[in-house]
Design a protein around this ligand. Structure first.
Ligand SMILES: C[S@@+](CC[C@H](N)C(=O)[O-])C[C@H]1O[C@@H](n2cnc3c(N)ncnc32)[C@H](O)[C@@H]1O
Length: 187
């Protein structure tokens, strides 16, 4: 058995106005997401970050909202319609053990999702391969579930995948890092 996966109905607890106050998606994403980008929200849940990303990438950008659970993706599609950004959001159902995408990415986010995947090493390798050189990956993990030691292990695995750590942005109740695929690596 792999790590615990947040049940789909749990999405209603992790995407409400208190959560928006705690983790304001626009404020968190604005330093990294710009108009015209292709941006991935891995483990998007009900789309708190994917919808904000869609606003930031603008009419010429593209967002891939990826999740294991189809119920989450149904909610994202409905919310995207209501927010008027459905044309920019592509929903993608991931297989359990990989992202399963073949896309060039400018930015990737894994917010509270990396600790739920069965193989983090594989996740980092997939993200590294998908990102364009110079592309950034923001990983945010819940302080309660993920100890400092576990997060340090994740950073070690990210380094082994080829990422360079750029910064540790402050995110409430969380451990976070911005990882970069070096611009010199055209792989
Ligand atoms: C705690 S929720 C976080 C949702 C969202 N990122 C947020 O911050 O509101 C974790 C999400 O990761 C998804 N997830 C877990 N394992 C996954 C996997 N192997 N591949 C893709 N998504 C996965 C779950 O279905 C769930 O929607």
């Amino acid at each position: 058995m792999g790590p615990h996966v947040c049940p789909w109905w749990g999405g209603y607890f992790i995407d409400n106005s208190l959560r928006r106050w705690l983790h304001n998606p626009e404020r968190i994403l604005t330093p990294y997401v710009a108009a015209g980008m292709t941006s991935l929200d891995f483990g998007c849940g009900m789309g708190l970050f994917a919808i904000a990303m869609a606003r930031l990438v603008g009419a010429h950008g593209r967002v891939i909202a990826a999740d294991l659970q189809p119920q989450m993706l149904d909610v994202v599609r409905r919310r995207a319609q209501r927010a008027g950004v459905a044309g920019r959001i592509h929903t993608h159902r991931c297989p359990r053990d990989s992202i399963g995408l073949d896309e060039r990415l400018d930015f990737a986010l894994a917010f509270y999702s990396a600790h739920e995947v069965p193989d983090v090493r594989r996740l980092f390798a997939d993200l590294y391969r998908g990102l364009n050189p110079g592309g950034r990956f923001l990983i945010v993990e819940p302080r309660g579930h993920v100890t400092a030691k576990s997060f340090a292990n994740m950073m070690e695995l990210a380094g082994q995948a080829g990422f360079r750590e750029q910064e540790r942005p402050p995110v409430r109740l969380s451990r976070a890092a911005v990882l970069v695929k070096p611009a010199a690596d055209a792989a």
